[in-house]
Design a protein around this ligand. Structure first.
Ligand code: NAI
Length: 247
């Protein structure tokens, strides 16, 4: 088991939803968290205060990770502030749902930029530091939609499926190092992203989930902590956290 106390993590989009739960769970394990946000600074400040309140350490950095210079700045801030980097959680993501017939090229590109190109940006900046760690971890938050597809989600499914292929390939390339690379594929989790789904549609989705409920952000966060703590021989995998919706 890896002792996470004193390790340093970057969590992209860490100020709300699943990212906030991941930040809190890692902080609880003694990890110093660089909490990335792009808007709503007050949420990031509240997260830092909440983490401090449980005796943890966190530092908020504004950066649009779909921009390579801002992603590099985020990594540099982590190094300048905490002097090392052990864990990179690529969690930032957006949806711009629309059937393919109506999908604009702008919404195609934006979703690919934020969900997929951002991961190239953060990982390429972070990798030299992760390779110096005795237990480097890259965890990419993909989605059940990347595995099964989703109506009106060609852009999002392409980005999230892309993340899975990327995860496996990078895992192979880094297998001889101390860095593992894994993806987590959440099902439907009760966050602002899912609140954007019309109520009736959401009720239909929940009905199809074998466990008959939405997941909680904390349930995804515990998967991240598991991979960080107990995942030394786990690499290139997809961890499904979806109430049995996709097996
Ligand atoms: P959310 O919308 O509550 O949070 C997304 C976070 O990403 C926000 O903090 C947002 O500010 C940040 N973000 C967006 N664009 C960014 C950018 N350019 N740079 C930096 N940060 C940016 O969504 P939620 O549900 O917490 O999603 C987190 C991740 O989990 C996303 O990658 C999402 O695709 C994925 N996911 C969510 C599921 C769900 O049911 N909620 C299911 C499967 C995957």
């Amino acid at each position: 088991m890896t002792n996470l106390n004193g390790k340093v993590a970057i969590v992209t989009g860490g100020s709300r939803g699943i990212g906030a739960a991941i930040s809190m769970e890692l902080a609880r394990q003694g990890v110093k968290v660089v909490l990335n946000f792009v808007s709503r600074e007050e949420l990031a400040e509240k997260m830092v205060a909440d983490i401090n309140e449980i005796g943890g350490e966190a530092y908020a950095v504004r950066a649009d990770v779909s921009n390579s210079e801002e992603a590099a700045h985020l990594v540099q801030e982590a190094i300048d502030h905490y002097g090392r980097l052990d864990i990179l959680v690529n969690n930032a993501g957006i949806t711009r749902d629309s059937t393919f017939k109506k999908l604009s090229s702008e919404d195609w590109r934006k979703v690919i930029d934020v969900n997929l190109n951002s991961v190239y940006n953060t990982t390429s900046a972070a990798l030299p530091y992760l390779l110096e760690s005795d237990a480097g971890r890259i965890i990419n938050i993909s989605s059940i939609i990347g595995q099964a597809g989703g109506f009106g989600q060609t852009n999002y499914a392409a980005a999230k499926a892309g993340l899975i292929g990327y995860t496996k390939s990078l895992a192979l390339e880094l297998a001889k190092s101390n860095v593992t690379v894994n993806a987590i594929c959440p099902g439907f989790i009760g966050t602002e992203m899912v609140q954007a789904i019309p109520e009736k549609v959401l009720a239909g989705i929940v009905e199809k989930v074998p466990q008959k409920r939405l997941g909680k952000p904390e349930e995804v966060a515990r998967g991240v902590a598991f991979l960080c703590k107990d995942g030394s021989y786990i690499t290139g995998q997809q961890l499904n956290i979806n109430g049995g919706l996709y097996m």
